[in-house]
Design a protein around this ligand. Structure first.
Ligand code: F0G
Length: 458
């Protein structure tokens, strides 16, 4: 018998969200300088800004919080978390940090220097930011298929091995501190890497004696896709697949706000003792003592449970199938989205949705604003605004894709919310030809401008 999937949990507590009118939202978004990050959350009906730290914790996680050990040194919650991380990843050393970018800051302080190259698959913006901040360069070696939103390649997070080998071959290994693989690859649409590709990258790195790290924010979702799509993994558990991924590398950074199922937290795990020792110094300076690294004991306790829950098949199935349910609805309405549907979010292709708005008027941002005005839905631009200016020429960088991301928080919204989102988008899509002008920037920060940038309507 083939029955549909259903959530492997029921609801114990609810949180109210507020509806509003189009007129109210027009006023609010103008007051927010047309930057969705500036909106108070009670002015948003369905918040798809991010899946980071916005999910619901389980009763077991809340229970674990009550037993959190807040000792400065040697907290038992730290030791418990360390044990879970070691079991899931196999890495020897572990350093907690307050979130993912803090893990990047600590690790990169120990490993990246001016002039270095850090190849990978479409680095996330904080990863890229932390590389460029150190006057090093992030080299994107993602396969070309990833940049064609209609291409149905099952692993669009994959690395083009020729592109990667060229970088490794043409540069001295002293200038390549590591290769970093983002699983799943957020910037290319929450797209997974295949085990085959991860293993091939690993072999290449070994042959050039360059360490391999994972940006593991959504590693469990990546493992789910491997189980569903790659030959030979159907009968493996998510935990076995995750372990097989990590066995290919030397270490990882983690934003636990995603596949850790917690609201705040992160960590570094790695095998090299020398790097660990160096990173320890930075951890103490930037984050806190090595047995808490910016996290409360109770948060580490909840994370230990969350990592275990996030690597269970039934949870992952309901999580990823919910995202896919929304994606399929949009595809039915002919709305151009990145396909196949990724793990944590829907990525709307604004180049195809609103080609009528000039690129230098931030068409994806314009679409995200319209989605808020019409439906009270907050998504985020992943396009020219996020791509920022070239650090050397200070000119706008125009990425291949102009996307609006609708990130789905974990265990948070219902299928009715998905139907509502699809209906709002269909309405906007039906009148898309009327959109002719976008926005201009009137104020921006020198790096990671998207958080604080101010716009004016053209
Ligand atoms: N790596 C990836 C792949 C991410 O998606 C993020 C965060 C980070 C690193 C940084 O982690 O936020 O804990 O400091 N992504 C969030 C998002 C912000 O909305 O996609 P953090």
């Amino acid at each position: 018998m083939n029955l549909p999937y259903a959530e492997p949990y029921k609801i114990k507590m609810v949180e109210s969200i507020k509806r509003s009118t189009i007129e109210q939202r027009k006023k609010w978004i103008k007051e927010a300088d047309f930057n969705l990050f500036n909106l108070a959350s009670d002015k948003v009906f369905i918040d798809l800004l991010t899946d980071s730290g916005t999910g619901a914790m389980s009763d077991n996680q809340w229970a674990a919080m009550m037993s959190g050990d807040e000792s400065y040194a040697g907290s038992s919650s730290f030791l418990k978390l360390k044990e879970v991380v070691q079991k899931i990843t196999g890495f020897k050393y572990f350093l907690p940090t307050h979130q993912g970018r803090a893990a990047e800051n600590v690790l990169f302080s120990a490993m990246v220097k001016e002039g270095d190259l850090v190849p990978g698959n479409s680095h996330f913006d904080t990863t890229k930011g932390h590389i460029e901040f150190r006057k090093a360069t992030a080299v994107d070696c993602t396969i070309d298929e990833a940049f064609d939103t209609a291409n149905l390649h099952p692993f669009k997070g994959n690395v083009n091995l020729d592109k990667l080998e060229k970088v490794l071959n043409e540069n001295s290994k002293e200038n390549i501190p590591f290769v970093i693989l983002t699983i799943t690859c957020n910037s290319s649409g929450g797209q997974p890497m295949s085990m085959e590709n991860i293993q091939a990258v690993s072999r290449l790195c070994k042959s050039y004696e360059i360490p391999l790290f994972f940006d593991s924010a959504r590693f469990a979702e990546n493992a789910y896709f491997i189980k569903k799509r790659e030959k030979g993994y159907q009968n493996k558990s998510i935990k076995e697949i995750a372990r097989a991924i990590f066995d290919c590398g030397d270490g990882m950074t983690m934003s636990a706000k995603k596949d850790g199922l917690v609201n705040m937290g992160g960590f570094i795990a790695l095998n090299d003792e020398e790097v660990y020792k160096k990173a320890t110094v930075f951890n103490i300076m930037y984050e806190g003592f090595i047995t808490y690294g910016g996290m409360n004991g109770r948060d580490m306790a909840a994370l230990a449970v969350g990592l275990d829950e996030a690597t269970e098949f039934d949870y992952l199935e309901s999580r990823i199938e919910q995202v896919s349910y929304l994606g399929e609805k949009l595809i039915e309405h002919n709305i151009p989205v990145q396909q196949p549907i990724g793990g944590h979010a829907i990525f709307i292709d604004a180049n195809k949705f609103v080609p009528t708005i000039p690129r230098d008027e931030y068409r994806a941002q314009a679409l995200a604003i319209e989605l808020y005005i019409i439906g009270g839905i907050r998504g985020v631009e992943i396009g020219t605004v996020l791509a920022d200016r070239d650090p050397f020429t200070r000119k706008n960088r125009y990425p291949e894709l102009e996307l609006v991301r609708l990130a789905i928080p974990r265990r948070t919204y219902s299928q009715n919310h998905m139907d509502y989102i699809a209906a709002v988008l269909k309405n906007i899509y039906d009148s898309r030809d009327e959109a002719k002008t976008g926005y201009k920037i009137i104020d921006e920060a020198p790096i990671m401008r998207h958080f604080t940038v101010k716009f004016e309507k053209i």
